[in-house]
Design a binder for this molecule. Structure first.
Ligand code: GDP
Ligand code: K
Length: 279
């Protein structure tokens, strides 16, 4: 028997706990994440000779350092390194949900998207070009309905096949505007050589530093390479202030939003408004 560990991440009310229940049935236990009183639900499903262990992460809209739920989520992903992350998204509210997706992409985890509430998507007549969205996000997408229990086996099947490398997809990254991208890459290159940070994506650390993330600052500022990185950060700020009259943090947020808007325009058609009869 092979074990696969999968973390479930998603916005509050995306149907994450319903999906967790549908996936794990009665095989569940509850504990806490280390050092905090946030409940940690764990469970498993046996599928085709694999035991797939699921960890239900707290519901979050983002991955900043501003709330314990978001900190727990990103700490778990960076330090416990699950084999895969299933990002549960609310199909009818895709645009809002994609903010977390972009940040999971930034962490460079192995990602699978459960396009949940797909029953609602169909009922409302929303058209989502799944193939095209897969290419943009660089990960497989499986339509699910946690309450109608559809797509559950397809999701388990994808977990196994993605884990085994049977179905590959070209990972995609969200590229920022040039001035940011250059700084991200240069800083990431400096961090890549640090053995103590090896479970972290150095690209993600670099993005977080440019976003002024206090927690990542204190993680990184004890290494000798910090002296050089601090100068790079100052330089990045100088350049963006001059060119855009804004600091990198604001521009990174704008670029994420632009990526999401582009994905929505390319892949999602809202239903035509029904003609109201005037008779
Ligand atoms: P969580 O906050 O992400 O854990 O979300 P819940 O699992 O508590 O679900 C939020 C609400 O959405 C509940 O009322 C669920 O019954 C409902 N829900 C969850 N999944 C689906 C789904 O696939 N389709 C529909 N129609 N409703 C769903
Ligand atoms: K809930």
């Amino acid at each position: 028997r092979k074990d696969i560990t999968v973390a479930l991440a998603g916005n509050p009310n995306s149907g994450k706990s319903s999906l967790f229940n549908a996936l794990t049935g009665s095989h569940q236990k509850v504990g806490n994440f280390s050092g905090v009183t946030i409940e940690k639900y764990e469970g498993y499903a046996d599928y085709n000779g694999y035991r797939i262990r699921f960890v239900d992460l707290p519901g979050t809209y983002s991955l900043t350092a501003y709330s314990p739920e978001e900190l727990v989520t990103r700490q778990y992903l960076a330090q416990d390194t699950p084999d895969m992350v299933i990002n549960v998204v609310e199909g009818p509210n895709l645009e809002r949900n994609l903010l977390l997706t972009t940040q999971l992409m930034e962490m460079e985890v192995d990602l699978l998207v459960a396009l949940n509430m797909y029953d609602e998507v169909e009922e409302q007549g929303i058209n989502i070009q799944v193939k095209q969205l897969q290419t943009l996000l660089g990960c497989h997408i499986v339509p699910t309905s946690a309450t109608k229990k559809t797509g559950i086996d397809a999701l388990l099947d994808h977990v196994v096949r993605v884990y085994e490398g049977d179905i590959e997809i070209r990972k995609n990254k969200l590229s920022f505007r040039n001035e940011i991208e250059e700084a991200v890459e240069a800083i990431a290159a400096e961090l890549a050589g640090e053995p103590e940070l090896k479970t972290y994506s150095s690209r993600w650390l670099a993005i977080k530093l440019l976003e002024n993330d206090r927690e990542v600052y204190s993680l990184v500022n004890r290494f000798p390479v910090w002296v050089k990185i601090e100068l790079m950060l100052q330089e990045a700020i100088r350049i963006t202030e001059k060119m855009y009259d804004a600091d990198p943090e604001i521009l990174i947020t704008e670029d994420r939003q632009a990526f999401i808007r582009g994905a929505m325009e390319e892949c999602v058609r809202q239903p035509d408004v029904k003609r109201v009869s005037l008779t």
